[in-house]
Write a protein that binds this ligand. Structure first.
Ligand code: PMP
Length: 374
């Protein structure tokens, strides 16, 4: 049997989507491909909550973070990175690499960004943009982007709000237009149920104005070229992945976005109960724990690396902690193509691995929580 991925990308891919990957590629300069791009754009607009077009690039999420920075800003701008973990820090590193004067406001890992503190920071200088993570995958925290954006807008109408929704889009609500966001980016391999390799971005009218006047270097990654080519792409696109992504979006639409979000919420509480039944604590604050990934604190002396290896022996892949959280947490991802059967299999592997390690817990208590709550 193949390993079950309970990782924050790649995630499992539905059969219907896998089938789409096994057909001959179609040519990208055909009406047939245009129709697929338009259809994908239609569905993604609903998930992004926007009327703006969605650009697709062959890339992972980081590539699209970089593209956003390169298209929007230059060395005469100042940006503020709002960081609650590894991916917030990454946004700062990318901007700094482009020699864009970058400040960072960091919040305690496991907590959300505090809008009041962000406003205080924004008042200190004239910033052109603010870079924020929606779902901080490294800590299992979901930021309240609506609240943050509202606070930021009270401070400035024209600051560009750039949101990394790489690990959230398709799993939790996003309302790009209503929340007045400027650039939202995501990638195929997480809640969007498609293999890695495709990244997406949507850009507001305000941000297009800024892009028009920005002379920072970009060629392949030019958002304007991508926009102006639509419903074609400027260069050869990953046609097979786009066909697969379009199919995965059909599945999401069939299920209904609301239902997909409710499903993720239910799964999050079932997983929380399961790990607590095993005697663990959740790393994130209860009020902001992500619906899509659970970071689990381990007790002192617990060998997390060995635990993850043991879980793999039972056919399930989990993730460890990153940076300062290495060895201190493990993470169970539950986004995208996820269901009760997968979680039962995952919990069984976790319990088996704990038995191997001689960890004391009530056997079957994790599995029971999944059984009873889903
Ligand atoms: N941002 C977030 C919130 C992520 O979770 C990830 C991937 N874990 C990335 C950015 C980077 O994406 P990628 O690995 O696809 O480059």
């Amino acid at each position: 049997m193949q390993n079950l991925l309970l990782t924050p990308g790649p995630t499992m891919v539905p059969e219907e989507v896998l089938k789409e990957l096994s057909v001959q590629p179609i040519h990208h300069r055909t009406k047939q491909f245009e129709n697929i791009l338009v259809s994908m754009d239609d569905k993604l607009k609903k998930i992004f909550g926007t009327h703006n077009m969605i650009m697709a690039f062959p890339s992972s999420g980081t590539g699209m973070m970089e593209a956003a920075v390169a298209n929007l800003f230059n060395q005469n701008d100042k940006v503020l990175a709002v960081s609650i973990g590894v991916f917030g820090d990454r946004f700062k590193e990318i901007a700094e690499n482009y020699k864009i004067p970058t400040d960072i406001i960091r919040f305690k890992w496991g907590r959300q960004a505090d809008p009041i503190a962000v406003i205080e920071e924004l008042k200190k200088k004239k910033y052109a943009g603010v870079l924020i993570t929606h779902n901080e995958t490294s800590t299992g925290v979901l930021n309240d982007i609506e609240k943050l954006a509202k606070a930021i807008r009270e401070c400035s109408r024209d600051i560009l709000i750039v949101v990394d929704a790489v690990s959230s889009l398709g799993g939790v609500e996003m309302q790009m237009d209503e929340w007045d966001l400027d650039v939202v980016i995501t990638a195929s391999q997480k809640a969007l149920m498609t293999p890695p390799g495709l990244a997406f971005a949507s850009v507001s009218g305000r941000a297009w104005e800024k892009i028009k006047n920005n002379d920072n270097i970009r060629y392949y990654w030019s958002f304007e070229k991508a926009r102006d080519s639509f419903p074609q792409t400027p260069y050869t696109p990953p046609v097979s992945l786009i066909m697969a992504q379009n199919k995965a979006l059909d599945i999401i639409m069939r299920e209904g976005l609301e239902n997909v979000y409710i499903k993720h919420k239910k799964i999050k509480s079932a997983v929380k109960k399961a790990v607590e039944n095993l005697g663990f604590e959740i790393f994130a604050d209860d009020a902001c724990a992500s619906d899509l990934i659970t970071a689990v604190k381990v007790p002192d002396g617990f060998d997390t690396a060995q635990f993850i290896k043991n879980v793999e022996k039972f056919g399930v892949i989990l993730s460890g902690g990153q940076k300062v959280l290495k060895g201190k947490i493990f993470r169970i991802s539950h986004m995208g193509y996820i269901n009760k059967d997968f979680l039962l299999r995952g919990m069984d592997a976790i319990e088996q691995a704990l038995i191997v390690m001689g960890y004391a817990f009530e056997k079957g208590a994790g599995i029971k929580a999944i059984q009873d709550n889903l």
